[in-house]
Design a protein around this ligand. Structure first.
Ligand code: ASP
Ligand code: MG
Length: 418
């Protein structure tokens, strides 16, 4: 069997949904499980809705209305009046309407997941209905009964054992007769509440299903020809990799390449399942194959730009040396606040760390640090990582920018720039 994942950009309009159906048709002889994200930029819009509801903003109903109209528009292009999908989608929206009538009682992350999850719940209804209409026998399943998570809302930790057991119990039989369509990004707690796995988490969902079902491959269909050495939105002379080792792909995502969700590779690597990244506009194109490779010679440098970075410079209040005890306290605060360090450096008198901009966690970390340390920080920075660099490469990426921190290993150069 194969697992396919279609992201928001591939199902952003009616033509995209039809294109998805055409790709699935090409694989009609295969057992297929299809993981789908929310349509277009729906997740961003639902995030706004969750925030507006939590803050009881006046614009809450307008935001939701726009989300509904966007979906109805696509549905009207795909289905005749009275098609049962209109009811299914309505029922999902109505649950949120009910929620919006009352003032928020729960904490934000919980509310976020209950609201934002409807993006995938409705997109999969629409995709499932379209496949059936195109004479592809498909079956919608609620992923929340299969991907079991703890109750870390907005970052559900997947219980692999329990999830795999349920997936293996039910899905193979369904695949015999149907293309199975399900939601990316979502999970369910033991109390049947909805969780999400972190932004762009649908890739990870696809990897979990592929690993549990021992798939022949997992394919991520995207709006790029495959995995490129740099983001084509930022650089013009990009090259595509025909193949890439799991490890190189993990390094790339770790440093901030957004082509694949960072958690995707590990379950596939452990199960020895290749990950294909293919363009949804050209189903016959080879894309990129990510697989086990003993050695890979990479001749074109891989460039990853991570925006919205904050650089901390932390020193002792009495200007004494940064000791291992200081470092232990500092790391403790980062760990407590669940803040990952993207790159760091120590000198005699200071410790520097570059982190992503997290909404409110940054302030909590900052006030924790300020109790014992002198802290300076810069926001709105970029972290540029160049893998497999040549000495000459560095300058072209930093010219015209102020370099605040740089670090070179044999393989990898990193610069925090303004
Ligand atoms: N719809 C979710 C997001 O935009 C999950 C995904 O696309 O993978 O983050
Ligand atoms: Mg997406």
């Amino acid at each position: 069997m194969k697992v396919f994942k279609f992201g928001g950009a591939s199902v952003k309009d009616a033509a995209g949904v039809i294109n998805l159906a055409n790709i699935v048709k090409k694989f009609s002889g295969e057992h297929l499980l299809v993981v789908v994200s929310a349509m277009g930029k729906t997740t961003n819009a639902l995030e706004k809705l969750a925030r507006a509801y939590f803050d009881q903003g006046d614009d809450m109903h307008d935001i939701f209305e726009e989300i509904k109209q966007y979906h109805y528009q696509i549905m009207h292009e795909l289905f005749a009046e009275g098609h049962p999908v209109f009811n299914e989608v309505n029922n999902t929206f109505v649950e949120i309407d009910w929620m919006l009538e009352d003032e928020p009682q729960d904490h934000f992350d919980f509310i976020y997941d209950q609201i934002v999850s409807i993006g995938e719940l409705v997109s999969t209804r629409i995709v499932d209905a379209c496949l059936n209409q195109e004479d592809i026998k498909s079956r919608w399943i609620d992923v929340r009964s299969y991907i079991h998570t703890d109750n870390t809302y907005r970052a559900g930790q997947v219980n692999m054992e329990k999830s795999c057991a349920d997936i293996q119990q039910d899905i193979p039989a369904l695949l015999e007769k149907h293309v199975v369509v399900t939601q990316g990004f979502l999970g369910g707690t033991s109390e049947n509440f909805t969780t999400t796995l972190g932004r762009e988490g649908s890739d990870y969902t696809a990897a979990i299903f592929a690993a549990c079902l021992k798939a022949e491959s997992a394919t991520i269909w995207k709006d790029v020809p495959g995995v490129l050495n740099a983001d084509p939105k930022l650089f013009s002379d990009t090259v595509k990799f025909d193949e890439l080792s799991y490890n190189e792909a993990i390094e790339m995502t770790y440093y901030g390449a957004t082509v694949i969700h960072p958690k995707t590779i590990k379950p596939l690597q452990n199960a020895g399942i290749p990950l294909l990244v293919k363009p949804f506009g050209d189903a016959n194109a080879p894309g990129t194959v990510i697989r086990e490779m003993e050695y890979q010679k990479i001749t074109k440098p891989i460039v990853i730009v991570k925006p919205n970075q904050i650089l901390f410079s932390i020193s002792a209040k009495d200007y004494s040396f940064i000791t291992e005890n200081h470092l232990s306290d500092i790391f403790g605060l980062f760990a407590q606040n669940h803040i990952a360090i993207n790159t760091m450096q120590t000198s005699a008198l200071s410790f520097s760390a570059c982190i992503d901009t997290y909404d409110n966690r940054f302030e909590v970390l900052l006030s924790g640090l300020q109790k014992d340390f002198k802290v300076r920080y810069n926001t709105g920075l970029q972290l540029i990582t160049i893998r497999h660099y040549q000495t000459g490469d560095i300058q072209s990426f930093t010219s015209g920018k102020t370099v605040l921190l740089e670090q070179f290993s044999r393989n990898t150069a990193q610069m925090v720039v303004k």
